[in-house]
Design a protein around this ligand. Structure first.
Ligand code: HEC
Length: 154
């Protein structure tokens, strides 16, 4: 390596360090690994790319894992649920148009120890936000059914 590139690399490293990308604790990779697009579609979101007025894309696909599917199916058998169970995972693709060729956002919420972990990515990749309960997301989502706005607890 030429000597002059070293200060340049240091500068670049400092610039990256200052950007303060939220730490998503590897959540993005986990979403990839579970292949969420093969999950069941959320109630009311059976058709691809439903129109949305929410801040994560004008058209959305919302997916839920088996924990949520089971909660919806079994909840009322015992008693109405007052919270989604731990392990619940809901993932939302936000698109700029109905044809789905511009992936603008990936948003997800996962129940951990009775708290939602929230994360949002731009273009499906860049981490915009990642944290446990936080007003950035709960400001709107607190109005939902234990945090969920698209559908309700059974
Ligand atoms: C300005 C209000 C608003 C804010 C702030 C907001 N959301 Fe949402 N979100 C919505 C609405 C409304 C829906 C319902 C689905 C739709 O209309 O697209 C939704 C749906 C979702 C869903 C699908 C499950 C559900 O609750 O319906 C996820 C996942 C999600 N949002 C993640 C996030 C994350 C992560 C943040 C914070 C970075 C966030 N949201 C902030 C309004 C908001």
């Amino acid at each position: 390596m030429r000597l002059w590139t070293c200060p340049l690399l240091l500068l670049m490293a400092a610039a990256v360090g200052c950007k303060e990308t939220p730490d998503d604790e590897g959540f993005r990779e986990q979403l990839e690994a579970v292949d969420y697009r093969n999950f069941a579609r959320a109630p009311g979101y059976e058709s691809p790319r439903a129109a949305s007025t929410a801040p994560h894309g004008d058209f959305v696909d919302i997916y839920m894992n088996d924990v949520v599917v089971d909660a919806l199916a079994n909840g009322p058998l015992d008693a109405p649920l007052d919270a989604w169970p731990d392990g619940s995972l809901i993932v939302k693709d936000g698109w700029g148009s109905a044809d789905g060729d511009d992936w603008e956002f990936l948003a997800a919420m996962e129940k951990r120890d009775q708290q939602w972990f929230w994360a949002e990515y731009r273009g499906g990749d860049e981490v915009i936000f990642a944290a446990l309960e936080d007003p950035t997301c709960t400001g709107c989502h607190d109005a939902g059914s234990d945090g969920v706005l698209a559908f309700t607890l059974p």
